[in-house]
Ligand binder design. Sequence first.
Ligand SMILES: [Zn+2]
Length: 163
Amino acid sequence: MSISHTIRIAFDIQDKNIIFAEDCARVGTILCTFLEGTLTYTPTHCDRCRVENEDYTIIKNGTKTSTIVIPAGITKKTYLKLRKQRFYCKHCQTTFVAKTSLVNEGCFISKDTRLQARVKSAEARSVKDIARDCAVSPTTVQREINKASQALQTYNRPFDYCQ
Ligand SMILES: [Zn+2]
């Protein structure tokens, strides 16, 4: 079993395009763990102009690193320093960055962390407590609660028409 596979299982990271090296984990302070990973793959088409990747139309062109908050353990916060592959499209002469199912585009908080905040908001606890547990800001937790609330309102609307 490879290190990448083990880390993916241990931290519940589903994206198989994220690769972890032997020395990818380190303890930051007593309160957090840092993971380092690389996100890379061969794109099928350009994200900008949609041209198909044939005969090296799209080439690898450096990386862009972002730090992503992933669901916290019981006692420690976990940050994933992710080196995302940058691609260059010869057809439209622009660059774009590899995408991952771990986060929404342009976001630094993993989808699972957002979900964790939503689940914890069902408990009788303060927004600040939940934010501390999930290693995000209270504003993020409040935003997730508002989104969940809006989703429920949308869900209830068709029911109103039935009455
Ligand atoms: Zn292009």
